[in-house]
Design a protein around this ligand. Structure first.
Ligand SMILES: [Zn+2]
Length: 288
């Protein structure tokens, strides 16, 4: 083999994955130092996710970098009942209404186009939104007809009238993007009254299709191809176990947990058998 071929061969075989690898940092939920490589993203396995052996949280190695600007979505009119992009919000509201039937004050963190606020307002809730994107916030506020503040709820302090003032805080597909879950929960508690409810949607890392992909990738049955410019957005990945650990540590208790997918079909089953790739939970802040 000539030098060039030897180098090419070495490159092709470069960076074999050592699945016994441990993280060089501690768990961001429970501070446990024993975090084991769980899966990777990127064509060169350069983005690494480690599972905590104590609480089960999957911690992304933040040293790999993140990109959170990629989630700015196409704007869909929140009043459009026929647009399928609004249906996830409708499912979330039905779930809330089933368990919290009496309307109160609701704040949706990361409210996007404001669809949840729109349906909640029609049902008699007093609603407010927070949204990172200033353009989206302005659009949604105008269409829904409620206050939507463009801010970063982790960085900005709520106004005094909002402190522990809401009956429901909703946070849908936001928690997994936040690197420090305990800080996120402190911020939520700054808005939610004791005894109030938290509506959460997150990916379910133990959903069956996610397990399957991890299995075939890890055993070499399948080589995943990633876009060359991929940057992860998820900083923490949750299962029912690690989510419950975070809630209990933060002074909350999980009342309901169900899974679902974007497809409507089969959701009745996934709600009962929690193997779906997305999870929805209702959690109560313990009364003071
Ligand atoms: Zn942990």
């Amino acid at each position: 083999m000539n030098t060039a071929n030897a180098q090419a061969g070495a490159k092709a075989a470069a960076r074999p994955i050592d699945w016994s690898e441990r993280a060089s940092f501690t768990c961001r939920l429970c501070d446990c130092p024993d975090l084991r490589l769980y899966y990777t993203l990127g064509n060169d396995h350069q983005f690494r996710y480690y599972r905590c052996t104590s609480c089960g949280l999957v911690n992304y190695d933040l040293a790999g970098g993140t990109e959170q600007g990629q989630y700015t979505t196409i704007v869909v009119d929140p009043r459009d009942d026929t647009n399928s992009r609004n249906h996830d919000n409708d499912q979330a509201f039905l779930f809330l209404q089933k368990h919290v039937p009496v309307p109160g004050r609701l704040i949706d963190i990361g409210c996007g186009n404001g669809r949840l606020l729109w349906v909640a307002k029609k049902a008699g809730w007093q609603v407010k939104g927070l949204e990172l994107g200033a353009d989206m916030a302005r659009y949604a506020a105008g269409v829904v007809g409620c206050e939507i503040v463009a801010n970063d709820f982790l960085a900005d302090e709520p106004p005094p009238e909002d402190r522990e003032a809401f009956d429901v805080v909703s946070l849908r597909h936001v928690l997994e993007h936040l690197p420090y879950p305990r800080l996120a929960m402190e911020k939520i508690s700054g808005l939610l009254r004791p005894g109030g409810y938290l509506l959460i949607e997150i990916p379910n890392i133990e959903g069956w299709s996610k397990r399957w992909v991890r299995f075939i990738t890890r055993t070499g049955l399948h080589k995943r191809r990633f876009p060359p410019d991929l940057m992860p957005g998820h900083c923490c990945e949750y299962s029912r176990e690690s989510f419950t650990a975070l809630m209990e540590r933060s002074g909350y208790r999980v009342l309901h947990w169900e899974t679902y997918t974007k497809k409507k079909i089969g959701n009745g089953l996934l709600n009962r058998f929690p193997v779906g790739t997305k999870a929805r939970a209702l959690v109560q802040r313990l009364p003071a």
